[in-house]
Ligand binder design. Sequence first.
Ligand SMILES: [Zn+2]
Length: 77
Amino acid sequence: MFKCPCGCGDRVELNILQDCWPCWRYSEQETGLMSIYPSVWLIHDCGAHFSVHGSSIKWHWGVNRHSSGFQHCQESD
Ligand SMILES: [Zn+2]
C-alpha cells in the first residue's frame, strides 16, 4: 500500500496475489525504491494512471479512457 503519486493523498492498494485478478508484480530494490508492473489506473478514485519504475513515475493520462473498471492495462513497456 502506498500513497497515490499524483498528490491527491489517496492510498493505493494493489493485489499482488497471482491467483486473483487484477494483480500486479511488485518488486522492491535495495535502495527502497519499488517498481510495479503493469501500470496502475485508479479509475474509481482520482483517475491517476501511472507506472512506477524505481524513482521514476511514468504517467499515462489519456490512455485507454474508453475502458472501465479498476484494472491494469496491457502495455508492452
Ligand atoms: Zn491521486
